[in-house]
Design a protein around this ligand. Structure first.
Ligand SMILES: [Zn+2]
Length: 191
């Protein structure tokens, strides 16, 4: 496991996906920062305490914004990405596969497609290692309801970039509830 981590970073640097420059970090041309995951949980708690807004919805919308705006970078670079990808067995699409890899690399867990039904109208995704669920369990203990709102938004943004808009997404099982080790997300496109 220790050996795998430097090799993944080396690959990202060699492909110029990950760049470090004068105190800035960029991934696929977009500036990023490293932020502790418990800050996101705290952000949700702060919004809740302020009592003015729907905290679940705000974090969900921020997550969706991240991938809704970011996916274009991957889809536009599909041809270049295809040349550097060994295999796209997981999703069948080099851009999507690279996006999946970057989400995993940046700590958003390992998301896999559980099923695609009715020609893409219903998609089920399964995430192992949601950082939000882990931070929630570590700082607040078990939750009575799913907590991965930001991640839910990230996944919706990716799916809508590929399949088009009109989906709703629900986290039907969350690691933070203590009943499963994984988080499961159901995306359904309305008519
Ligand atoms: Zn979750």
């Amino acid at each position: 496991v220790v050996l795998l981590i430097p090799s993944l970073i080396s690959k990202m640097i060699a492909l110029r996906i990950l760049r470090f420059e004068g105190g800035s970090i960029s991934i696929q041309g977009r500036n990023v920062v490293f932020m502790p995951t418990d800050v996101l949980v705290r952000m949700h708690a702060e919004l809740e305490e302020a009592g003015l807004v729907d905290p679940d919805q705000i974090l969900f919308r921020l997550g969706r914004y991240q991938t809704e705006t970011g996916s274009k970078r991957y889809l536009d670079a599909r041809k270049d990405i295809a040349r550097s990808m060994g295999s796209v067995s997981m999703t069948g699409d080099p851009a999507l596969e690279r996006g999946r890899e970057v989400l995993k690399f940046t700590g958003w867990g390992d998301t896999r497609i559980e099923s695609i039904q009715e020609g893409g109208r219903k998609i089920t995704l399964r995430t192992i290692g949601s950082p939000i669920a882990k931070a929630y369990l570590d700082t607040r203990g078990k939750s009575g309801k799913p907590v991965c709102h930001y991640l839910r938004g990230l996944l919706l943004g990716v799916v809508e970039s590929v399949h088009g808009p009109g989906y709703s997404v629900r986290e039907v099982s969350c690691k933070a509830c203590g009943t499963s080790d994984e988080c499961i997300f159901e995306l359904v496109r309305g008519d």
